[in-house]
Design a protein around this ligand. Structure first.
Ligand code: UDX
Ligand code: UDX
Length: 434
């Protein structure tokens, strides 16, 4: 089928490339001319494993095109996906101004007699679809025939391509049979379970799913505190409860808390949405509270051992919000670096992929940057592991002991094995285990 994606960022670009891969003809629209130029030249503006080949293959096969013109995109397609940002406002509610603007842009170019399906792909609050439909109707010069549906994405950074090519489920929310049938046709080649709902339910599924995942993480972080107070080991407890298929082991890893461009935004949004609807979701406020205090508790462990942080040389391994991505948006590791700098510590950081973006967005002002883990640790009085990159498990502990000034390790992601590290002569502190 002929598809148009408006907003060729992390969500739109990966979706467009995957649609082309299964044989659709896709035109990606973006209002950033530089980005469109880059994409036309085969350059990929984001790091995502597998995305580069997907783009090159489909641009070469002439199934994937890029333009800044909404008219070109809408005219040449049967289905138009909206994938522009829905950033959080300071009070946590969602800024829908990009969605509203794109709805007006689409409305201006819809022609009489051209039936179109308009799809909300971006993460939007429940009842946004109705507003998009009203806006298109209000600004259209007459005669445009269209339906609006919701089709939320569940892709995780670092594995967005497999998450899209082999999704657990496709969610399609729409009140028009014709539109839903066209959406089912788009997803036929993916051979994945398709869940068809009304539009409000589909919009709610994304916020509810992400909030549940964040709840799991704050739950295990709260259990970790009880483990610390009772001499239990949170990793063993997580294995024990996670073996129950109804609970599942994933998202039960205790640490310094969740970050990233989705969870903090989506949980704050869901709290705001529920308040707007007159049914405050107070449990999620507790999820946020536990998450924020994880980092403070970790910092106080460091203060307990170092006494004074001012003028202390501290190495931090990890800046990206999680391993296998270069994304540093809302990264707890970066917050930790800035907490230490604020207390006057001398911080040297290392990250396999995230350093460039951290410097580009000026997120670690005052920290020194090292090229290797050992370089970051040299002369340090303490080493903090803030992101669980596999690479850090391969560092030789003997070498590490030699280069550090004093041998303190604080493991914020329970990456290392306590016995091995202590046997190498380190004082080792982690989360939820002695
Ligand atoms: C973002 C949010 O992270 C995600 O939760 C939401 O579901 C969709 O928007 P992402 O793809 O990460 O997803 O956003 P981003 O990487 O910033 O890309 C958005 C793209 O849209 C950018 O390339 C931007 O230039 C483009 N854009 C933005 C438009 O084409 N038109 C606009 O009006 C605004
Ligand atoms: C998440 C959802 O998983 C995805 O379905 C949705 O579409 C977008 O948001 P993402 O933000 O890319 O994906 O990362 P994810 O792997 O979910 O991790 C989010 C945060 O939780 C990270 O900061 C990670 O460090 C933290 N986390 C994750 C934990 O602290 N413990 C865990 O057990 C799992």
């Amino acid at each position: 089928m002929k598809l148009c994606i408006i907003g060729s960022g992390y969500v739109g670009l990966v979706s467009g490339a995957c649609f082309a891969e299964v044989g659709h003809n896709v035109i990606c629209v973006d209002n950033n001319a530089k980005k469109v130029e880059q994409l036309r030249a085969g350059k990929v503006p984001i790091y995502e494993p597998g995305l580069e080949d997907l783009l090159h293959r489909n641009v070469a096969a002439k199934r994937l095109h890029f333009t800044t013109s909404t008219e070109e995109g809408v005219d040449g397609s049967d289905v138009v996906f909206i994938a522009v940002p829905t950033p959080p406002q300071p009070d946590g509610s969602v800024d829908l101004s990009y969605i509203e603007k794109v709805a007006r842009e689409i409305s201006a170019v819809l022609k009489p007699g051209q039936y179109r399906v308009i799809v909300d792909k971006s993460t939007v609050p429940v009842k946004t679809g109705e507003k998009v439909a009203d806006t298109i109707r209000r600004y259209n010069k007459g005669g445009a025939e269209f339906d609006v549906v919701s089709n939320p994405e569940f892709l995780r950074e670092g594995c967005a391509v497999p998450d899209l090519m082999k999704p657990d489920r496709i969610v399609i929310g729409g009140n028009s049979e014709r539109a839903v049938a066209m959406m089912q046709k788009i997803y036929e080649p993916f051979m994945a379970p398709v869940l068809v709902t009304d539009i409000n339910s589909a919009e709610l599924i994304k916020h509810a799913a992400n909030s549940f995942l964040a709840l799991k993480i704050s739950y295990i972080n709260a259990v970790a505190r009880i483990c610390e107070a009772s001499g239990a080991d949170v990793e063993k407890v997580a294995d024990g409860i996670g073996s129950d298929k109804r609970i599942g082991r994933n998202f039960l890893n205790a640490g310094i808390g969740y970050g990233g461009s989705c969870f903090p935004k989506d949980i704050a949004a869901f709290i705001a949405i529920s308040e707007d609807l007159g049914v405050p979701f107070t449990l999620l406020k507790e999820v946020e509270k536990i998450n924020h205090s994880q980092r403070e508790r970790f910092l106080s462990k460091i203060r307990e051992s170092l006494w004074v942080l001012k003028d202390k040389k501290i190495a931090v391994w990890g800046l990206a919000f999680k391993p296998d991505t270069d994304d540093v948006r809302c990264s707890v590791a970066i917050d930790l670096v800035n907490d230490l700098l604020k207390e006057g510590a001398e911080v040297t950081v290392y990250d396999p992929k995230g350093t460039e973006k951290a410097l580009e967005f000026d997120l670690i002002k005052g920290a020194k940057v090292a090229k290797t883990p050992l370089e970051a640790a040299s002369g340090a009085e303490a080493l903090i592991i803030a992101t669980e990159w596999k690479e850090f498990t391969t560092v030789d502990l003997g070498e590490l002991k030699k280069v550090m000034h004093t041998s303190l390790i604080f493991d914020g992601r329970n990456l290392l094995n306590p016995d091995t590290v202590r046997a190498a002569g380190f004082q080792y502190t982690s989360i939820g285990r002695s």
